[in-house]
Design a protein around this ligand. Structure first.
Ligand code: NAD
Ligand code: ZN
Length: 257
């Protein structure tokens, strides 16, 4: 059995076993090991693209062709990415009844590709394009090829059906995410800087509703030492891999419910 006495991963696994109703909240950090850059940090997308110029609804409405320079890069990178050990580990934890649901801020579809079934996409998914004029939707692969700007049948430029800054969260995803946060026993927050609102409220809602918060992130965030009860410092694949092995150990009872 991996991990020794006082091992924080073992401590988190015990908490997940006793509290039950474990929900994961994921951010861009979980997909970094799949080759998708996060937004913040030296290697992040914001080092190259100013979010105010490229990631707001206002910017898209004003100059969609310019915003598609950034979107094209994201669609290409995400389209070619494969789930990593962290996505697969979360799917395995759902399969064995440890994890109840995944709320993701990511738009890359990698949780579903890894086999997770209850995935709440808080910020939408790059797989779909929508016309902001006539609301028609299309699968991205039907309308977009690298180097092109996808057009609607009505002639307008399509937008990926993801939440840009200045757009509301899809109401069903918001309702479901808040319900999961209010009713979970443990919220495992993985690879998010918790700076994007209102997603950053989810850990606080869980905490105020009585849940324990476990954070998996190599860095400190605004949640660490504050909302977070146990901070597991390390990459998502390393820590979740260790958790999966602990839950495979018969001395760690699997939670149900
Ligand atoms: P963020 O870029 O603000 O923060 C990423 C966090 O991940 C940081 O705290 C960093 O320390 C941590 N991290 C880096 N590598 C990690 C690893 N290997 N394991 C665990 N943690 C790691 O991301 P955010 O908080 O998700 O907010 C950015 C917004 O942009 C979100 O809406 C997000 O979904 C979106 N976004 C999505 C993708 C994607 O779909 N893959 C990629 C970039 C940004
Ligand atoms: Zn249209």
């Amino acid at each position: 059995m991996p991990g020794g006495r006082g091992d924080p991963v073992r401590e988190a696994a015990r908490l997940m076993s006793t509290r039950r109703n474990v929900v994961a909240l994921t951010g861009a950090g979980i997909s970094v090991e799949s080759g998708i850059p996060s937004f913040r940090g030296a290697q992040g997308m914001w080092a190259k693209y100013d979010p105010m110029e490229y990631a707001t609804l206002h910017a898209f409405m004003l100059s969609p062709r310019k915003v598609w320079e950034m979107l094209s890069e994201m669609v290409s990178v995400c389209g070619g990415a494969m789930p990593n050990a962290a996505h697969k580990g979360l799917a395995a934890l759902e399969e064995t009844g440890v994890v109840r649901a995944v709320i993701t801020q990511n738009v890359d579809g990698l949780h579903q590709a890894a086999g997770s079934r209850r995935v709440i996409e808080y910020h939408g998914n790059l797989d779909e394009l929508i016309c902001v004029y006539c609301w028609k939707r299309y699968p991205t692969r039907e309308r977009w090829t690298p180097g092109t700007v996808p057009l609607c049948d009505c002639g307008e430029i399509l937008k990926p059906n993801v939440v840009l800054f200045g757009e509301p969260i899809p109401w069903l995803a918001q309702e479901q995410a808040e319900e999961e946060a209010r009713t979970c026993g443990v919220l495992v927050v993985i690879g998010t800087s918790a700076q994007v609102s209102p997603a950053c409220d989810i850990p606080r809602i869980a905490k105020e509703s009585g849940a324990a918060v476990v954070e998996i992130n190599p860095e400190e965030t605004s949640l660490s030492g504050n909302v977070t009860d146990i901070h597991l410092r390390g990459s998502a694949s390393e820590v979740i891999g260790k958790m999966v092995r602990l839950f495979q150990d018969p001395t760690t009872p699997p939670p149900r419910g």
